[in-house]
Design a protein around this ligand. Structure first.
Ligand code: ATP
Ligand code: MG
Length: 271
């Protein structure tokens, strides 16, 4: 592993949000030959850290998120979230999938409130949280609109608000802004950072967009391709609060982006 700038290790278990320890995973294929998706991957995520995972398509990024979410069990190694080995989905973890996955028969507000409803939160409390989050993601006037009446950017905002509604300790995000045009993406990145910088939840964020990874994260892990291994672990020591639009012209940002890019190329060459 090429550790360019490593993060300080968490001091106690309480400082540790996620531990991925010696995880390997293979999937069965219809042809019968297993595909080794991840090979001996280990990393710790301190509480409150914004970690981006990047790597070529098929290198196992979503598989890592699925493991942290309790949807996939690794064939070897362990994934610990908030002090407990993950064996099933937890209420303390929010997962925003690559596709928005909104329920078409529910309005924006009722999509945002769905997790609270499932938990039996009283209506008045649900409504209050729904209103606060609609406001937070700039959709105050669209609470009664259905997903098909919203643009892709608006749908992503609803999906983000739905993930935040359950007030998770840990956020897993799989290419949450990938389907957006450049301007909408920048706007949502800025909004998300503003929200995140207020209470700094632990974030595990998967993206193909290196500029996005460097602009948003505290740290970027670059994976090699099939099987996924850690190629580089790069600390993004840019000051906060950050403005994703303006930071693109910062010299240090450009240097860090170049490092991530070089690591990605090296990771592809290694596989
Ligand atoms: N359910 C599955 N059954 C069989 N193989 C799978 C399954 N899920 C993932 N894989 C394989 O595991 C590898 C990693 O998949 P994964 O979805 O984690 O990659 P990824 O890094 O998220 O890719 P992308 O950037 O394209 O989303 C791929 O080779 C894929 O074919
Ligand atoms: Mg994926």
């Amino acid at each position: 592993m090429d550790v360019i700038l490593s993060e300080a290790a968490p001091r106690t278990d309480l400082d540790l949000a996620i531990r991925v320890e010696r995880v390997s995973h293979a999937f069965q294929t219809p042809a019968g030959t297993p595909v080794l998706a991840l090979d001996d991957v280990s990393f710790d995520v301190p509480r409150g850290q914004f970690l981006a995972l990047v790597g070529a398509s098929g290198c196992g990024k979503t598989t890592i998120l699925n493991m942290a979410a309790g949807l996939v069990q690794p064939v070897a190694g362990t994934v610990v979230v908030n002090g407990a080995r993950v064996t099933r989905p937890s209420r303390r973890t929010g997962y925003m999938f690559a596709r928005d996955g909104l329920l078409p028969w529910r309005s924006a507000r009722r999509n945002i409130e769905v997790g609270l409803e499932l938990r039996g939160v009283p209506v008045s409390e649900r409504r209050a949280t729904g209103s606060r989050l609609l406001d937070l993601v700039g959709l105050k006037a669209f609470g009664s609109s259905y997903p098909w009446q919203l643009s892709q950017g608006m749908r992503q905002r609803v999906a983000l608000a739905r993930t935040l509604a359950i007030d998770p300790d840990t956020l897993l995000m799989d290419e949450p802004f990938a389907a957006l045009d450049a301007q909408t993406k920048l706007m949502l990145q800025t909004e998300f950072l503003r929200i995140w910088e207020r209470d700094r939840k632990t974030v595990l964020f998967v993206t193909h967009d290196l500029a996005e990874a460097v602009a948003l994260a505290d740290r970027v892990i670059v994976l090699t391709c099939r099987p996924g291994r850690i190629q580089a672990d790069i600390a993004i020591d840019l000051p906060r609060p950050r403005d994703p639009e303006r930071i693109r012209f910062d010299h240090h940002y450009l240097r860090l982006s170049e490092r991530v890019w070089q690591a990605l190329k090296a990771g592809e060459a290694a596989s």
